[in-house]
Design a binder for this molecule. Structure first.
Ligand code: GAL
Length: 460
């Protein structure tokens, strides 16, 4: 079995709307996902997160399962409307109390809490009254909410992620309209993205984490972006340029401002007036606003020069074809997950190298990677050899990348358990624990045992 470097962090990840339930308990306000999921036609068979995995009530038994798996870290998100029901103004003490209990429980079991402040569940009031991410004011609301969390939890929490996958918020929420708040536009994604980046940087920089809390509390803070790998379809210069362009539109869009100080030139050239500009002042405080490079990685495609015509590829390409002029395709030999994502472990290694080269060798954490499969319960157990080989494949490529000099510090498997998969509802196929949604019983999969053994063999 592979040995990872001393101190390599082994974790698992979830998000609040996908697992907590208790959507209207203990003073929680509504989020855009509560509203979206309750809007007919928006999610698979009208599924919603009202109860989800009932983690809000069963967090203690979930933490016990995490401890049994030997997890060293657990990444979860805080529900903004549980902390501030209207997104600004008074703090809901019962919401604070819930996350405090969860944090204490994790620490009692030797598990590091990794908190994501925003995993897509904007307080509904901010959407209705302020237009959500389209309004520059949102950046201050977010920074204030973040400071409440640093203040109340930062004595015990040393690892913070401001935003999860702003690309998804911008593209699927404001471009394709398939995620909350369900808007369709070719202009709004760029505006929403701009405010997401500024909100992240404000929470870190302007009077906040870095200046007020970091020294005293001794933690680290960063942003998590998602990116698929884009492999040039042929060796032609055109296809190589298309793959590079696709990566800059995908990851560079968010990571370039944070690590290099501005949007990629190729985006400025192609998007023109629809791409907002950072002032010189903003560039200054956005640049360097992440202590590490958080990466969620799931998928790989070939990229070639041209237009994507096939609707099935719209999702992968982010919808802004005209701006990118990239055609995506897959090798029919690649196995697919049940979400039609290609299982291509080497894509992960190539992406890690791309990040190292472009962003001057940052400290990287894979904050999500995993696969959806059609898991079946038999005799109260789930045997999932394909997930095990998926994990072997991806972790093997991560290991190679580390040997080749990539500064990869940790790996969080998505997900700790089956959960509400956004517009796709309850897939019953994610994660390393199965959830029976009738009884809410937790049933480990064989991959959970495999993962536990891997962690044990890397015990430090
Ligand atoms: C990510 C997202 C997670 C989960 C995962 C698997 O994009 O952050 O919440 O949905 O995909 O689909």
């Amino acid at each position: 079995m592979l040995q990872f470097p001393q101190g390599f962090l082994w974790g698992s990840a979830t998000s609040c709307y996908q697992i907590e339930g208790a959507w209207n308990e203990d003073g929680k306000g509504l989020s855009i996902w509560d509203a979206f999921a309750h809007t007919p036609g928006r999610t698979f068979q009208g599924h919603h997160g009202d109860v989800a995995c009932d983690h809000f009530h069963r967090y203690k038994e979930d933490v016990v399962l995490m401890a049994k798996m030997g997890l060293k870290a657990y990444r979860f998100s805080i529900s903004w409307p549980r902390i501030q029901p209207d997104g600004h103004g008074p703090v809901n003490e019962k919401g604070i109390a819930f996350y405090s209990r969860l944090i204490d429980e994790l620490l009692d079991h030797g598990i590091q809490p990794w908190i994501t402040l925003y995993h897509w569940d904007m307080p509904l009031a901010l959407q209705m009254q302020h237009d959500g991410w389209l309004n520059p004011d949102i950046t201050d609301f977010f920074a204030t909410y973040a400071s409440v969390c640093f203040e109340r939890f930062g004595d015990r929490v040393k690892n913070w992620i401001t935003l999860n996958e702003p690309w998804v918020v911008a593209m699927l929420g404001y471009g394709q309209g398939v995620f909350a708040p369900g808007r369709k536009s070719i202009r709004e994604p760029y505006l929403a993205a701009h405010h997401l980046i500024l909100a992240h940087a404000k929470a870190v920089r302007l009077r906040l984490y870095r200046e007020k809390y970091q020294a005293a509390q001794g933690g680290q803070i960063g942003i998590t972006n998602n990116c698929d790998w884009r492999e040039p379809l042929t060796d032609s210069l055109e296809d190589k340029a298309a793959a590079q362009r696709a990566l800059e539109f995908y990851l560079g869009w968010f990571a370039d401002p944070v690590f290099l100080g501005d949007y990629p030139q190729v985006m400025k050239d192609r998007v023109g007036g629809r791409l907002p500009e950072f002032t010189e002042d903003e560039k200054e405080w956005v640049k360097g606003s992440s202590d590490f490079f958080g990466l969620n990685h799931y998928n790989t495609s070939y990229a070639s020069h041209g237009d994507t015509a096939d609707g099935s590829e719209v999702y992968a390409n982010g919808g802004i074809f005209e701006d990118q002029h990239v055609k995506l395709s897959v090798d029919p030999a690649w196995p697919l997950t049940t979400m039609n994502w290609a299982i291509v472990p080497w894509g992960c290694r190539k992406l890690l190298h791309w990040i190292r080269d472009r962003y001057q060798d940052p400290k990287i954490y894979i904050t999500e990677n995993g696969c959806s499969l059609d898991d079946k319960v038999s005799d109260g157990k789930v045997d999932d050899p394909v997930r095990i080989s998926f994990l072997e494949g991806y972790l093997g490529e991560c290991h190679k990348a580390i040997e080749e000099g990539v500064d990869l510090k940790g790996y969080f498997v998505w997900s700790f358990m089956d959960n509400f998969e956004w517009a796709q509802g309850y897939s019953k196929r994610f994660g390393i624990h199965y959830i029976d949604y009738e009884t809410l019983e937790r049933i480990p999969k064989s991959s959970a045992r495999w993962f536990a053994r891997t962690i044990e063999n890397n015990g430090f």
